[in-house]
Design a protein around this ligand. Structure first.
Ligand SMILES: [Zn+2]
Length: 452
């Protein structure tokens, strides 16, 4: 049996920067290489050395296209990696979008903070030549002894759980896990055997509201701003959350034909991602595929306006209220959302909705945790609008779902928690022991664990 060693270079006791190196004798397999996000200190970690030499990596597997999983991939190519990046087709397409957008944002931020440019457009372009796309449930051999397979993670389009087989040992990386009631993507799958499981634990201490309640909350906000003749701003992530919300609004508008409040989708990235969702209807839930037979576009409905240029975006200001604006980014870290917040957040009648987890240090986190004012290019704006959060649209499994996923294993794998705050993991580990009699531990940054 080869010697197997796992070392974490990000998202060990935090929720961003996912990067795990699996060494199997001399074969080096990297799972994800994501961006650190959040406060300044965390963000600056992106400029530190990776902690390993990309020239020595044999293969990279990308679990899904969120920035905290793919955002440092270009650094690998910049520093001499010449191998493939294995992912599903949808993940490769979304990651190309996200990385190009992120390269632009990182470059702007680097110049504001007097930092060197982290990576160039050319570094990003190299990934586009390196994809090897693999469908779900198809075994891919890396060497005679090592193979892997993707399972549905129920998280965002194309997202995977990765099962790695090394002779007779099975190691599973959960990637980011979703649940069973996501509006669009197929349900999470439940692998049944593993020797070692590396599992995310973002919501290891929380329960989400259910599907009915998240939709009710969203539509209640829509109705309230209609009555008050005011503005609803929904802070969306370009991938999954936008499409989930478009689908809910689609169902509402198409069954309430006299409802005419305009919706502005003001995020070119979200618009481009929506196109990829349309292309991959085979990855959507069976019930959504049934709807597509009579409503061929569940992301488009009467009174939806797509704004592409920043000139078009500015014209939203002059449109009469009530109106609904969907803008990115999800944690209010940039993008057109900031301008809309500046315009509308000081009026008590308006409503600002955040969807899901906000990383500490982001503006989204501050606003959902009771900030009193907001700094807009040096100008302080008082927050008077209603600021609310709907967790139910989170693409992450909650505590119950995480336990259910672990419970499906028929043997007793050793569990390693990643992608969670240390405090949450400390609470979650005894729960896993008490409820499932499984041993779990935290991974520590750059400390290796041995699987022999
Ligand atoms: Zn994710």
């Amino acid at each position: 049996m080869p010697k197997i060693k796992l070392t974490s270079f990000g998202a060990d006791q935090e929720v961003t920067g996912s990067c795990h190196l699996l060494e199997i004798d001399n074969y080096r397999l990297l799972i994800d290489c994501g961006l650190f996000q959040g406060d300044r200190e965390n963000y600056l970690k992106n400029w530190e050395t990776l902690g390993f030499d990309p020239k020595n990596i044999d293969a990279v597997i990308l679990t899904h296209a969120h920035l905290d999983h793919c955002g440092r991939l270009p650094l690998l190519f910049q520093q001499g990696y010449q191998g493939k990046v294995y992912a599903t087709k949808a993940t490769s397409q979304i990651a190309e979008l996200i990385l190009a957008d992120n390269q632009r944002i990182l470059t702007e931020k680097a110049s504001e903070r007097n930092l060197p440019v982290l990576y160039s457009k050319e570094d990003v372009a190299k990934i586009n030549q390196a994809w090897k796309t693999i469908p779900y449930h198809q075994e891919e051999k890396l060497t005679n002894d090592i193979s892997f397979q993707f399972y549905h993670a129920g998280h965002i389009l194309g997202a995977t759980i990765v099962e790695i087989k090394i002779q007779d040992k099975i190691i599973i990386f959960s990637g980011d896990l979703g649940g069973e009631d996501m509006p669009l993507v197929q349900n999470v799958e439940y692998p049944q055997y593993a020797d070692f499981v590396i599992m995310e634990s973002t919501y290891g201490n929380r329960q989400h509201e259910n599907k009915a309640s998240r939709e009710t909350k969203l539509l209640k906000a829509v109705q309230e701003i209609t009555l008050k003749n005011s503005v609803l701003i929904i802070s969306v992530f370009a991938v999954e959350r936008t499409q989930d919300i478009l689908k809910v609004l689609n169902d509402y508008y198409e069954t309430h034909l006299d409802f005419r409040v305009p919706v502005y989708l003001d995020s070119p990235l979200a618009t481009a991602a929506t196109k990829i969702y349309r292309e991959h209807s085979e990855l959507l839930k069976p019930e959504v595929q049934d709807i597509l037979k009579y409503d061929p576009d569940v992301f488009s409905f009467p009174h939806l306006n797509i704004t592409r240029t920043s000139r078009e975006s500015k014209t939203i200001n002059s449109k009469a209220s009530p109106k609904i604006i969907l803008a990115g980014s999800g944690m209010a870290e940039g993008g057109r959302l900031i301008h809309h917040l500046a315009r509308y957040i000081d009026q008590a009648n308006n409503h600002i909705l955040f969807m899901g987890f906000q990383v500490p240090g982001t503006l989204g986190h501050k606003l959902t945790h009771g900030a009193f004012d907001f700094d807009y290019y040096g100008k302080t704006i008082k927050i008077k609008a209603v600021v609310d959060q709907i967790d139910g649209f989170s693409a992450h499994a909650d505590k119950t779902q995480l336990l259910k996923w672990l419970k499906a294993f028929k043997n007793k794998p050793q569990i390693y928690l990643t992608h969670g705050d240390q405090k949450i993991m400390e609470e979650f580990i005894p729960v896993i022991k008490a409820e499932l009699d499984l041993n779990a531990q935290m991974l520590k940054n750059k400390e290796s664990v041995h699987f022999n």
